[in-house]
Ligand binder design. Structure first.
Ligand code: FES
Ligand SMILES: [Fe+2]
Length: 420
């Protein structure tokens, strides 16, 4: 039982092994990643028919493209002939994807449209309609954000995101609702994907220590006043903060225009939508922590900015985020150091067998944020592991559930001849 690796009832621990085990990593792909809704792209990246971006669902490469009828389609970026990647660009506009191995071509809906030497090789008996690129089982959109899942039985996206919406809506609203996604910038970190997913959901605790020198350089950190975090049974977690604190922090670290608004504690500071989409409120960094093995991740980082900014404001905004949250940003490089160090020191026999402390705030829910109307979430103070505990509780539920079995989209047709 994977649930035995976490204990939030009696003591408050997580087994260090979940950040290192190869066997658990393989299972995560067919349970956690196969059954969850995963972020693919934003509609602003796909304005015109033929526009496409590439994405990842766990370790599976995906092409997301705008169709001629205006719809959005996502397919597995793996050729049906010998399994080569058919599209090797990050984005573009095209009518067809041609595999660079033997030249099979697919239209942007994923239908096989051309096979070199079809007459000589397949004697005109190849049923091309049966060899389309594998479609992502379900693709749905929430406020311009496109998600996909392999699980036909998954709840609708709107229901899946339910308890993430106070954070996600706040993120989008404070950017004006109509956003442009710039990126992605991609970089590798030798660490487990769950560490940043947990951290961006819940870990405000690290800032004073991890970012001590960066904070000293910018003149200290605002004393947290009204800040709380919430956790939901769906595994989403967020820190919510009052606008006054955010205004102060933003003017200190220079990440662009500071937010305006009432002094309330309902705006998002940082959040994770289970399992691997994270973002930081106001300044706009958006991350997908792409798993690449138990001790390796590829970070895909975008900056969400209000659509239609004038060029100078746009440039300032992107520069501000790059200097603070990017592969070389003063805050993000501090964070990455922790994640890769944990992988380096934690893979030994004794380290993997040592339970880690997730006790902070256990039994001390904070009523400050308990009044998010209509959302079934629990809240705790900034210094509380409540979000991490919900994240790993959901993780263990999925790990203990059955692996998803993906049926082939159509049974592969034969040539009407028997193989010799
Ligand atoms: S692997 Fe794609 S055409 Fe052969
Ligand atoms: Fe940090």
């Amino acid at each position: 039982m994977y649930a035995d690796l976490i204990d939030f009832d009696k003591v408050g621990t997580v087994s260090a092994d979940i950040f290192h085990s190869e066997e658990m990593y393989r299972r995560e792909l067919s349970t956690v990643f196969a059954r969850s809704w995963l972020f693919l792209a934003h509609e602003s990246q796909l304005r015109t028919p033929g526009d496409f971006v590439t994405a990842m669902m766990g370790e599976d490469p995906i092409i997301v493209s705008r169709q001629r009828d205006g719809g959005i389609r996502a397919v597995l970026n793996v050729c049906r002939h010998r399994g080569m990647r058919v599209c090797r660009q990050d984005f573009g506009n095209t009518k067809r994807f041609t595999c660079s191995f033997h030249g099979w071509s697919y239209d942007n809906a994923g239908t096989l449209i051309h096979v070199p030497r079809e007459a000589e090789g397949y004697h005109d008996r190849l049923d091309k309609s049966g060899w389309s690129l594998t479609p992502v089982t379900r693709v749905e959109t929430y406020r311009g954000m496109i998600f996909g899942t392999w699980d036909a039985e998954a709840p609708d996206l709107i229901d899946y995101l339910d308890t993430a919406r106070p954070a996600l809506d706040s993120f989008l609203d404070t950017l004006g609702g109509d956003i442009e996604l710039v990126g992605p910038m991609k970089w590798r970190i030798a660490g487990n994907w769950k560490l940043p997913a947990e951290g961006l959901g819940t870990d405000g605790y690290h800032a004073e220590t991890t970012h001590a020198s960066a904070l000293q350089a910018i003149g200290g950190m605002a004393e947290p006043r009204r800040i709380f975090q919430y956790a939901s049974a769906a595994g989403h977690a967020a820190a919510m903060i009052d606008v006054g604190v955010t205004q102060q922090v933003h003017s200190e670290i220079g990440v662009g225009p500071t937010p305006q608004g009432e002094q309330d504690n309902s705006t998002v500071a940082h959040a994770t939508v289970f399992p691997n989409l994270s973002f930081i409120g106001y300044s706009g960094p958006l991350r997908v922590w792409q798993p690449r093995g138990p001790e390796e991740m590829e970070v895909w980082g975008w900056v969400a900015i209000p659509a239609g900014l004038d060029p100078e404001t746009r440039r300032q905004k992107l520069t501000g985020v790059t200097l603070s949250f990017s592969s070389s940003g003063i805050f993000e490089s501090d964070d990455s150091e922790n994640w890769s160090e944990i992988s380096a020191v934690g893979r030994g026999f004794a380290a993997r067998s040592t339970p880690l402390n997730y006790q902070m705030g256990m039994g001390f829910d904070d009523p400050t944020g308990a009044d998010i109307p209509g959302f079934d979430v629990r809240t705790g103070h900034l210094f509380n592991d409540i979000g991490a505990r919900s994240f790993y509780t959901r993780w263990a539920q999925l790990m203990d559930g059955p692996e998803l079995a993906l049926a082939p989209p159509t049974p592969p047709p034969n040539l009407g001849m028997s193989a010799e």
